[in-house]
Design a protein around this ligand. Structure first.
Ligand code: UDP
Length: 247
């Protein structure tokens, strides 16, 4: 089932449902795109039509963040559980290792994708890493990275370029990569490589992961006003939508 939050579609899936969707797609023909929906992206998509188009074209849009769950509740929607990008990525990596599927990591600072790949291989010795590329390549255009991914034969590609660059990369070059699934994962490589720590379970359960990230990256304070602005925009849309279950 799908809900629209500020005109961005979000799939009301659990982690287990997202995994069974992905398992099916990994064994089918074609390329599929997993997007993450969070308050920042919903607001950005209002101003950026290319980002909105990329989100509309995605095949699965996970409700990534407590803000999305709150917005859904505010509008009488069904979303009760968030599915974080990093949790889904970790499950997908385990699945790839179990099924002999190849992964490719694209994005983050120089050395971070490679470090994340080694950490993942330590945890899953059978994992096949088809390649990595960092996200600050001044010389190589994104199209070249897509060709490298295609040449690597990767089945699953994780793209960590920050939004909207990561969504636009997948929308433009996803099919050319030849992968079965491309998923955007924001700052996940920073955590998986050990460069940043993930919030302890208690913070995650209380919906305070954002606070833990703020302690580690004080610059994120500039992103803090996003939540009230988002909830205000959702409330406004609800008030003017004539009670439709769509905000
Ligand atoms: N990044 C990148 N290339 C860029 C801009 C950002 O590879 O041109 C990376 C950045 O190093 C980080 C990720 O994209 O690893 C974005 O992380 P952020 O914390 O902003 O994403 P979030 O998790 O908040 O969506």
């Amino acid at each position: 089932m799908q809900e629209f939050i500020l005109d961005v579609p979000t799939d009301a899936v659990t982690l287990a449902e997202a995994m069974s969707w992905a398992q099916e797609k990994l064994n089918q023909k074609g390329t599929h795109f997993i997007a993450s929906v969070n308050p920042e992206i919903c607001l950005a998509a209002r101003r950026n039509s290319a980002l909105l188009a990329a989100l509309l074209a995605a095949d699965l849009r996970i409700p990534d963040g407590i803000g999305i769950v709150l917005a859904s509740r505010l509008c009488g929607g069904q979303l009760r559980e968030r599915v974080t990008g990093i949790d889904l990525m970790e499950e997908l990596v385990a699945l790839a290792a179990a099924e002999g599927k190849k992964i490719f990591l694209f994005g983050a600072a120089d050395g971070v994708a490679a470090a994340a790949a080694s950490k993942l291989k330590e945890r899953h010795p059978s994992l096949i890493v088809a390649g990595t590329a960092h996200g600050y390549l001044p010389q190589a255009p994104d199209g070249e990275v897509a060709c490298n991914i295609a040449a690597s034969g990767a089945d699953l590609v994780f793209v960590a370029l920050g939004s909207p660059r990561q969504e636009l990369f997948v929308a433009k070059y996803g099919a050319a990569s030849g992968a079965k699934i491309l998923m955007v994962v924001g700052g996940s490589f920073d955590v998986l490589s050990g460069r940043l720590r993930r919030a302890p379970l208690l913070y995650q359960r209380l919906g305070l992961e954002w606070f833990y990230r703020l302690i580690q990256q004080p610059k994120r304070i500039l992103r803090l006003p996003v939540m009230p602005v988002f909830l205000l925009a959702v409330t406004q849309q609800k008030l003017f939508s004539g009670g439709r279950k769509h905000c």
